[in-house]
Design a protein around this ligand. Sequence first.
Ligand code: HSE
Length: 444
Amino acid sequence: MSDHLKKERIGVGIIGLGTVGCGVATILLDHAALIRRRVGIPVEITGIADLDITTDRGISVDKSLLTTDVQALINDPHTDIVVELIGGLQPAKQFVDAALSREKPVVTANKALLAVHGEELYASALRHNIDLGFEASVGGGMPVIRTMREGLAGDQVKAIYGIINGTANYILSKMSEGNVSFQDVVAEAQRAGYAEADPSTDIEGVDSAHKLAILINLGFGTPVDLQDIYTEGVTSITSIDLEAAREFGYTIKLLGIAKWSAGVTASGESEIEARVHPTMIRDESPLASVNGVFNAIHLVGEFVGDMMVYGQGAGSLPTATAVVGDIIEIARNIRVNAGGRVPPCSFRPEFREPVRIKPMAEVRCAYYLRFSVQDTPGVLSQLAGILAEHDISIASVLQRGREQGGRVPLVVITHEAMEKNIQTALKTIHGNLSDLPMLIRIES
Ligand code: HSE
């Protein structure tokens, strides 16, 4: 019998004892019997490394497992799988590199690391014929990575629409309920363990962009540079916009959007739209009812059509469930010596195809525009005139009571227009007629 078949247990070394690390330790301990039934042999923690091993984290882990020596944990011959849960680029990358170069499979929840260094890490895992699991990097507990990597492997993904940041979704949901300040909701999300160490990455859309980069790679078989993902967060959304959206039958969500069009460039290449921004979607759209910390991803496949994955997108135990799912998959592969069977990003690297990322200026969609204008005769017709000059057609207009100083909020919904034209028109309107206009893109 070969060595892997004789293995009596699978050892897991965890790096990082934060929100997710504590969740993983809890599940491995509480569900040890269940996991053994699924893997066939015990899956045991060989050690947990963190800079701080004295603070009580409220978990019942044996103190002798705690260490500050990450390299020793990675090198420990009993550690079969290395789990990286410290987040950020460095030293996380250094630890993942160290594990892969020792031919130890890795599980990580680190979306920033994969969005920036994914290609190198996926290639390294494939080269060493070992697994790299990252289910927890997108959508917390909902299994979207496995769905895209394996469930949809036979289809061409055409579009991805994702609520992929729990903190931003929590903020927008709470603000829609009314009577809460932006800062208070951010603080609540931090207390609940949803927000990143630096919550600006959640509210500025950066975390969603990291996750969208991972999904694009899985769905379209191409790496995407983070700089090419247009990224806008939720910090400028006000209760006026949430209310106005409601009046028009829309809900505002922070969406990661990616669309794939085959062979459309002059040289016959495919093209991708990749953007993260607050988006108005119809109230009856399934994503509109995804509230609080829940995430959902609506995928459109050429043959499968529309499908959705839904679940808690952040938080200790939901995210840890995804990590443990990867540990179990890898443990099973170790037992039959099948590491590296599935490429981390589903596509084989030698079959990548060049793809153009459509510049934001060329994107077309409908728009919600909110102006603050002087309430005098002719203002609306001047404004409509400027929009018309830029090939922008109005679908609806809403004007409500005067503000102090005789100004009035004027909301315009446009038909589909080109982003470049909208931006030029808004500059002219801002210079002549309105305070800084508010723009929210609409997806039908
Ligand atoms: N800060 C992230 C969020 C955690 O709020 O979604 C999960 O990636």
